[in-house]
Design a protein around this ligand. Structure first.
Ligand code: PGA
Length: 251
């Protein structure tokens, strides 16, 4: 049985003080009522260190929203895997559709980052997903397959099994319009079958595949009950403790 994995992607929201307060609320609630699921929060870079202090000794893990593929150097504005590890980060979101749409992320850069994260012992959350135009053109599977093949190029089975995949249909992100449970299940199944063809059944059966895109307490239970939906990457609903905890409670 794959463990459910729920990650809050805080994007470019919250000051350090607000991040600390939200992390504290989540930790306090989960101490009172522990969850069997894996729970991760991904604040902005500037809040990571302080949030790490809040999470210490709790089961909640820390994730970053991106990283660079080089170890160090003249890359103004960028953050390395080493820097994240030194803070206590264990997960890193890579290839988010907002990075792809606004910041020149490509399958090739996702691949470089995934390779680097794995080499450094960070667990990548590799994001894939089609746009509305691609869904309407009925090329969802082709798009997702290209993204997965690109992200995992040159990555071994023993490394691939350490990754998490987030299927996030772009048209569902931040729109309030989630994929239906069946739509999510269909693509998750497709991704698992693709992973089986790339890496064999044991990797495919072990790898956790999160759904992302307008997941909220009202729709989480049904989405999370699909056979191949192993968790959620949650944006808007992760910014309020009650909503995030509501999703965790339905996992
Ligand atoms: P959303 O974002 O939950 O606000 O749709 C999900 C994501 O982009 O990770």
């Amino acid at each position: 049985m794959r463990k459910k994995i729920l990650a809050g992607n805080w994007k470019m929201h919250k000051t350090i003080a607000e991040s600390v307060a939200l992390a504290q609320d989540i930790v306090t609630a989960l101490k009172a009522k522990p969850s069997a699921s894996e729970v991760i929060v991904c604040p902005t870079y500037v809040a990571l260190d302080r949030v790490a202090t809040v999470l210490a000794g709790s089961p909640v893990l820390l994730g970053a929203q991106d990283m660079h593929w080089e170890s160090q150097g003249a890359y103004t504005g960028k953050i390395s895997a080493d820097m994240l590890k030194a803070i206590g980060v264990t997960y890193v979101i890579l290839g988010h559709s907002e990075q792809r749409a606004y910041f020149h992320e490509t399958d090739e850069t996702v691949n470089k980052k995934t390779i680097k994260a794995l080499a450094e012992g960070l667990k990548p959350i590799v994001c894939v997903g089609e746009t509305l135009a691609e869904r309407e053109a009925e090329i969802t599977e082709k798009v997702v397959e290209t993204q997965i093949r690109g992200a995992y190029a040159g990555i071994s089975a023993s490394d691939a099994v350490k990754t998490v995949i987030a299927y996030e249909p772009v048209w569902a992100i931040g729109t309030g319009r989630n994929a239906s449970p069946q739509q999510a299940q269909d693509v998750h199944r497709f991704i698992r079958t693709l992973m089986a063809s790339l890496y064999g059944d044991s990797v495919a059966n072990a790898v956790q595949i999160q759904y992302g895109g307008s997941m909220k307490p009202e729709n989480a239970a049904e989405l999370l009950s699909q056979a191949d939906v192993d968790g959620g990457l949650i944006g808007g609903a992760a910014l309020k403790a009650d909503a995030f905890l509501g999703i965790i409670a339905s996992s």
